[in-house]
Design a protein around this ligand. Structure first.
Ligand code: NAD
Length: 479
């Protein structure tokens, strides 16, 4: 069993407390290893290391920093196999998805480092005797707090942008799967191209490590992706020192199929994206609204495709869906399944664990589909974050727009129609940070991502994300 430590100021350290906690393989329920249980004292040390590294790192030219970031991205590509295998081991991501996900992470860093080269300044002459210009500066120490569902990709988005632009960082990986982040630390150490302390990685629980990173007076920005409840706690903790914040929170994304939609296209997209990563993707469709004329056919075709999803050992190339991330999370998902049954939804598929060994040992939930769901049922309102699909019926476009917007989350949405004018009406009226037409969950590094309403604020990815990790100084010089 490999011995994992935290990375602080370029050194691998145990927690000050000396305590550790278990990382468990969700596919088997077995312990993989132990990692340090950090607390506020470790956070203080990491923030100090990041603060000390800031002058050297931020004073490098953008060209130099971008070249270093390109080298880091290349190293991630070179380690795709071992980073991907760790994702399989500690998260249960099927290997066929895990390796492309690592490559996508590298590509995100490459994108930021290239875009940053044209981003840092602008001169705007306002009078002949005044030179006025805007100067972008990095913020300083950034706390990057990461959720468990796609940790490397989240780190790549946040670190790729923050570090490229001259900030230094303390990363807090999710406590239940911290190994990918620690492996990335090893890769950065081997490259030996960053000042010690430019990147630090602290493992431990959100309540202590995450809280300390959100309230530390020397942290300038908290970039958080995770649940809405934790986002609210972070806002409170960060308010005492008026930190800048990016909050990427939960979603309950409507997938709306209008009467004139291409049903084949809608179903062929709907099924894989409902079950990829066992439904644990913030952008996944959280509720389906199908026009009453198409409902029966949509459900029938959806079920036919969903029955073919191969559930199994995530290390097997044939597996399309692995376990959910932990036994505790499976309990949450199962509680939603039970609530749907109790509230009268029609269980059309799944709703149970696989019974055949060895899957009975892991945290598996079979692909689950409910029909005849209504808007006030818990599965139609809450983010389930599991392989559970609620399908609802509607009769008019006005009605479905109201239903789609009737949720505190507003992360993303999709509408399926062949009519351009209807599509644009939905684009304008849907409350969501991202709207797809005749597609869902198609994302790239160029496109900014971030929600409306209680799905948070601030953008990750795309050029707009670079603004989030910099501050603008206006300079006016009398000549
Ligand atoms: P979570 O909120 O439980 O945890 C996220 C991170 O915050 C973890 O590292 C955790 O240890 C830490 N944390 C917990 N309590 C904290 C506190 N009081 N202060 C500071 N940090 C604390 O979320 P999760 O269960 O890991 O992830 C699932 C959630 O993330 C879902 O709601 C999902 O929608 C959301 N998510 C959103 C996006 C997006 O882009 N909007 C992307 C991925 C996941």
């Amino acid at each position: 069993m490999q011995n994992y430590k935290m990375w602080i100021g370029g050194k691998w350290l145990d927690a000050v407390s000396g305590k550790t906690y278990r990382i468990v393989n969700p596919a088997t329920g077995e312990e993989i290893t132990q990692v340090p249980l950090g607390d506020k004292r470790d956070v203080d040390n990491a923030v100090e290391a990041a603060r000390n590294a800031f002058p050297a790192w931020s004073k490098k030219s953008q060209t130099e920093r971008s070249a270093i970031m390109m080298r880091i991205a290349q190293a991630i590509r070179e380690h795709a196999q071992d980073l991907g295998s760790l994702d399989v081991l500690e998260h249960g991501t099927p290997i066929r998805d895990a390796i492309p996900s690592v490559i996508f992470s590298a590509e995100r860093i490459e994108y930021c480092s290239q875009v940053a080269r044209g981003f840092m300044g602008a001169v705007q002459p306002i009078k002949s005797n005044v030179l006025f210009y805007l100067q972008r500066e990095p913020i300083g120490v950034c706390s990057l707090i990461i959720p468990w569902n796609v940790p490397l990709r989240m780190i790549a988005s946040k670190l790729g942008t923050a570090l490229t632009l001259g900030n230094t960082c303390v990363i807090k990986p999710p406590s239940i799967n911290s190994l990918v982040a620690l492996r990335l630390g090893k890769i950065l150490e081997e490259l030996d191209i960053l000042p010690p302390g430019a990147v630090n990685i602290i493992t431990g629980p959100g309540g202590s490590v995450g809280e300390a990173l959100s309230s530390h007076p020397d942290v300038g920005l908290v970039s958080f992706t995770g649940s809405c409840e934790t986002g609210k706690a972070i806002m409170q903790a960060a308010s005492q020192t008026v930190k800048r914040m990016i909050l990427e929170l939960g979603g309950k994304n409507p997938f709306i199929v209008l009467k004139d939609a291409d049903l084949n296209a809608a179903v062929s997209k709907a099924v894989p994206i409902s079950f990829v990563n066992s439904g644990q993707i913030c952008a996944a469709p959280g509720r389906f609204y199908i026009h009453e004329n198409l409902y029966d056919e949509f459900v029938e075709r959806f079920l036919a495709d969903a029955r073919k999803i191969v559930v199994g050992d995530p290390a097997d190339q044939r597996t399309q869906m692995g376990p959910v991330v932990s036994a505790e999370h499976r309990n949450n998902v199962e509680a939603y399944i039970q609530s749907a049954i109790d509230e009268g939804a029609q269980l059309l598929l799944g709703g149970k664990r696989p019974e055949t060994p060895p899957l009975d040992k892991g945290c598996f939930v079979m692909p689950t589909v409910f029909g005849n769901v209504t808007q006030n049922m818990k599965i139609a309102r809450d983010e389930i974050f599991g392989p559970v699909v609620p399908i609802m019926k509607f009769s008019s476009e006005d009605e479905v727009l109201k239903l789609a917007n009737d949720n505190t989350f507003a992360l993303s949405a999709s509408v399926w129609t062949k009519n351009l004018s209807k599509a644009l009406t939905f684009v304008n009226e849907l409350q969501a940070g991202y709207v797809w037409v005749n597609d869902h969950m198609a994302l790239s590094s160029e496109q900014p991502w971030g929600g409306f309403k209680q799905s948070g604020f601030g953008k990750e990815n795309g050029v707009l994300s670079l603004q989030e990790y910099t501050q603008i100084k206006a300079v006016s010089i009398q000549i």
